[in-house]
Design a protein around this ligand. Structure first.
Ligand code: ZN
Length: 435
C-alpha cells in the first residue's frame, strides 16, 4: 500500500514536471543556464561565432548557410525532429540584438535538457530552425541597415541584398509552418497613449492587404495570446501591439503571403532593467510558444488576450523631464519657467550615450521615465545655449540665490547646487517626482 502510494506520488511528480512549465520556472531556467554573457548590444559577429561554437560543442546542429555583403558567416541552428516546422530569425536590423542572445540561450537550454519530458515533447513535435543575426555587417557597425545601406526588411520584394536573398531561400527551401521575426523597437515606445514603456510588442502579421484571417493566422493569434499570458507575470502594463499596416516590401508580411504565417516580436526597454532582463523575457516567450505548439495547448488560448493589447504609441514619453525650471532673465526677457524633456541616444551598452534636449515649453501631456521638480531652481545649459537639439547638460541654482548670469566661468564663481551630466546627477540633485 505504502509502496503504491509512493509510486503514485512519484508518477504525479513526473507528470507535473512534464506539464507544469510556468513562466516563472522558464525564467529560473534561464537564470541558471544562459550561455550568453555579454550585453546583446555589445555582441559583435565574432561573439556570435563563439556562441555558435559553444552550441556545436553541446551537440546542436548549426550550419553556415550563407555570407553577408562583407563575407561574414550567417548561421542556421536546428533542433528537434518533429513534423511541425518552426522558423525564427533575428537581427536583420544590425542594431536590434536582444533576440539573437535569446535564441542562443534557447538552443543551449533545449539541448542540455533534451531528456526532460516537456523538452522531449517539443523535440518530438517540432523541428526548429533559426538564424541568429541575419545582418552581421550591420551588427558590427551597430546600424540598422546592411553594408550596402539597404534595410533588409524592405528588401523582400526586390531582393537586392544577399541577406534578403538568403532569408527568402531558407524559407522557400523548407516551407515552415510558422515564422518568428525578431526585432527591437525604440526604448520610449509606449503602450497606447499611456506613458508606460512597451517592453515587448507583438504582431500577428497578416499575409495580405485585405487582412484575411487564415487558419495559420488564427493559430498565431492563440500562440501570441500564450506569450502575452506568460509575459504578464513579469511586465503587466508593458505589452503592446505593433501596428499592422501591410508593408509589401517587408519580410513578415511576405512570409505570410508565401505560406509561412509569422509572428513579429519587438523588444523595447524597461526602466531600471538591463538588456539581459530583456533576453530573459524573449527566452520565456520563445519557449512558451514552442511548448504551446508542441502540446497543442495553444488551442485553448483566448486570442482576445492578444487582440486586446493596446497599439504601440510614441511621442509622449521621454527619458528625463525637468518640470518648471526657471530660465534666467536675459536680453530684456524676464525669468520664465519651462518644462525640459531630454532623451538618451541609442548606443551599445558599453558606450557612453549622449543626451539631447528634445522638447521645451509647457509639456503637461508628456512624461519622463525620470521626472524632476525644478520649480525652485534656475537652469543653465552647461555647453552652449538652452534650446531643443542641444545637449542635456545642466547646472541648477536655487532661486533665492543672487547670481550674475553673465559672469565668465559661471560655475567656478557660483558653484551650482546640482549638476546633471551624461544622464546622471554629478553633484547634488533636485527633488524627483513620480510621473
Ligand atoms: Zn527591426
Amino acid at each position: 500500500m505504502r509502496l503504491i502510494g509512493l509510486f503514485l506520488i512519484g508518477a504525479f511528480a513526473l507528470t507535473m514536471n512534464a506539464l507544469s512549465q510556468t513562466p516563472e520556472s522558464l525564467a529560473a531556467d534561464w537564470e541558471k543556464s544562459h550561455i550568453t554573457r555579454i550585453m546583446p548590444s555589445d555582441a559583435r559577429s565574432a561573439d556570435v561565432k563563439k556562441y555558435i561554437e559553444q552550441l556545436r560543442s553541446m551537440g546542436v546542429t548549426v550550419g553556415e548557410v550563407g555570407r553577408s555583403c562583407n563575407d561574414r558567416e550567417i548561421y542556421q541552428a536546428e533542433w528537434g525532429k518533429g513534423p511541425l516546422k518552426v522558423f525564427m530569425w533575428s537581427q536583420m536590423h544590425g542594431d536590434e540584438p536582444t533576440a539573437t542572445s535569446a535564441l542562443i540561450d534557447m538552443f543551449a537550454f533545449l539541448q542540455k535538457n533534451k531528456e526532460v519530458p516537456w523538452v522531449k515533447t517539443i523535440g518530438e513535435a517540432i523541428t526548429i530552425r533559426a538564424v541568429p543575426m541575419l545582418n552581421p555587417d550591420g551588427a558590427d557597425l551597430y546600424q540598422r541597415r546592411n553594408l550596402m545601406g539597404i534595410d533588409i526588411n524592405r528588401d523582400a520584394a526586390d531582393l537586392r541584398t544577399p541577406e534578403a536573398r538568403l532569408l527568402k531561400q531558407l524559407r522557400d527551401d523548407w516551407s515552415p509552418a510558422i515564422g518568428f521575426n525578431l526585432h527591437n523597437q525604440q526604448s520610449l515606445t509606449t503602450v497606447g497613449t499611456m506613458p508606460s514603456q512597451a517592453t515587448i510588442s507583438l504582431l500577428v502579421v497578416f499575409g495580405d492587404a485585405a487582412k484575411t484571417v487564415t487558419e495559420g493566422h488564427a493559430r498565431n493569434q492563440r500562440v501570441a495570446a500564450a506569450i502575452v499570458s506568460a509575459l504578464l507575470k513579469f511586465i503587466p502594463g508593458h505589452i503592446g501591439r505593433y501596428g499592422d499596416e501591410w508593408t509589401p516590401s517587408a519580410f513578415g508580411d511576405n512570409f505570410g503571403a508565401w505560406g509561412t504565417p509569422t509572428i513579429l516580436i519587438e523588444t523595447g526597454a524597461l526602466y531600471g532593467k538591463d538588456e539581459m532582463y530583456l533576453v530573459k523575457l524573449n527566452y520565456v516567450a520563445f519557449l512558451t510558444a514552442l511548448n504551446a505548439l508542441a502540446t497543442g495547448s495553444e488551442k485553448t488560448q483566448d486570442p482576445g488576450l492578444y487582440l486586446a493589447l493596446p497599439e504601440n504609441g510614441s511621442g509622449n514619453l521621454y527619458n528625463f523631464m525637468f518640470r518648471g525650471a526657471w530660465v534666467p532673465a536675459a536680453a530684456g526677457q524676464p525669468p520664465r519657467p519651462v518644462d525640459i524633456a531630454v532623451n538618451t541616444d541609442r548606443r551599445r551598452a558599453s558606450f557612453a550615450a549622449p543626451n539631447f534636449i528634445k522638447a521645451m515649453g509647457d509639456l503637461p501631456r508628456s512624461y519622463g521615465l525620470e521626472e524632476y521638480d525644478a520649480r525652485d531652481y534656475y537652469v543653465v545649459q552647461r555647453l552652449g545655449s538652452l534650446r531643443v537639439g542641444s545637449m542635456g547638460e545642466f547646472a541648477f541654482y536655487k532661486r533665492d540665490r543672487v547670481i550674475d548670469w553673465a559672469a565668465p566661468d559661471l560655475e567656478k564663481q557660483y558653484p551650482p547646487d546640482a549638476v546633471f551630466s551624461a544622464g546622471k546627477w554629478m553633484k547634488g540633485s533636485i527633488p524627483s517626482r513620480r510621473p
